[in-house]
Design a protein around this ligand. Structure first.
Ligand code: PLP
Length: 332
């Protein structure tokens, strides 16, 4: 048995998705000629309540293009210390965008303290970088940002004249968990980036949502960053297939993650967080290696992140719990 819990990025395209990719009608997307890309971008913008959307090869590039579209050289963006854009994207905003991050600690629920955000916004003074943007992330570490919190943070940003960007790599997980339409979770942000390549199961692709004017700048940044692709309808077709077939089923991933968390907890493991499709546990010594040796792929560490997705079924969860039970009866 092989169960890969490292990430929801490991999903492979299903048979139906591969068929949609093979049949995709394509053109040169740098000329704006790819019908499949255009259909995806238009449908997604409508679904999320934005004027337009733009396809990117990765979420990292989509986030970076968004930051570069909001901020000029020497501007600053306020962001969580644990946020993907700050922590896991090679420092791209600073390196390639000349944008200074102002990181703030994420509270245990993943939010940023509103008073801390307000205090981090710099007055207009030549000593300081110009604070231009607030970036939030939803879900963050699998946790869904509370709707009231998002509204309060957006209001704070508006009051201070900041633009807002949402890294919504897993925003569909948040929408399914809250039982709200995705447009409701996007409302109020100037830009939102959503991954097709995580729980939705496409092999590649993210969409950046925003106004036509903002996305015009993002398109320029995408070209500069090497992300202008040609017959990319083959990948956009996978994205359209994912949006049609793989959104509602995220609830299954969440149910399996909850079952995994409950089972591990019953066996005496310390579950530190379990939300949407992610379970975090304090791993006893040797547990990660024990799992790896039995075909359960995890990223080794003292705090294990276990992620459910399209390619993990009920029997996979049962197998992982069986391994965990064997391990705990031997050692704990
Ligand atoms: C995965 C992810 C991204 C983008 O990742 P890519 O691998 O570049 O597509 C951005 N933000 C978050 C929160 C992510 O989980």
């Amino acid at each position: 048995m092989h169960v890969d819990l490292r990430s929801d990025t490991v999903t492979r395209p299903t048979h139906g998705m591969r068929r949609a990719m093979a049949d995709a009608e394509v053109g040169d997307d740098v000329f704006g000629d790819d019908p499949e890309v255009n259909r995806l971008q238009q449908a997604f913008a409508e679904r999320c309540g934005f004027e337009a959307s733009l396809w990117f090869p990765s979420g990292t590039q989509s986030n970076l293009a968004a930051l570069m579209s909001h901020c000029q050289r020497g501007d600053e963006y306020v962001v969580g210390q644990d946020a993907h854009t700050y922590r896991y994207e090679g420092g791209g905003a600073a390196v390639l965008g000349s944008i200074q991050p102002q990181p703030l600690p994420n509270l245990p629920d993943g939010t940023l303290d509103l008073a801390a955000i307000a205090a981090a916004i710099k007055p207009d003074d030549p000593h300081f970088a110009i604070t231009r943007l607030l970036a939030l992330e939803n879900t963050i570490g699998g946790r869904v940002l509370p709707a009231e919190y998002v509204q309060a943070a957006l209001a704070l940003a508006r009051d201070h004249g900041l633009a807002t960007h949402l890294d919504g790599a897993r925003l569909f997980n948040a929408a399914i968990a809250q039982g709200r339409p995705i447009a409701a979770l996007c409302a109020g942000f100037d830009s939102v980036s959503v991954c097709l390549s995580k729980g939705l199961g496409a092999p590649a692709g993210s969409l950046l949502l925003g106004s036509r004017e903002l996305l015009g700048r993002a398109r320029r940044a995408r070209k500069m960053l090497g992300g202008g692709l040609r017959q990319v309808g083959i990948l956009a077709a996978a994205g359209r297939y994912a949006l049609a077939h793989h959104v509602d089923r995220l609830a299954d991933d969440h149910a399996r993650a909850a079952r995994l968390a409950a089972g591990l907890s019953e066996l005496g493991y310390t579950v530190t967080s379990a939300a949407t499709n992610m379970v975090f546990i304090d791993a006893p010594d040797g547990f990660a290696d024990y799992l790896l040796a039995r075909g359960v792929a995890v990223v080794p560490g003292s705090r294990l992140r276990l992620v459910t997705h399209l390619d993990v079924d009920d029997s996979g969860i049962a197998y992982v719990l069986e391994c965990a039970a064997r391990f705990s009866s031997r050692i704990i």
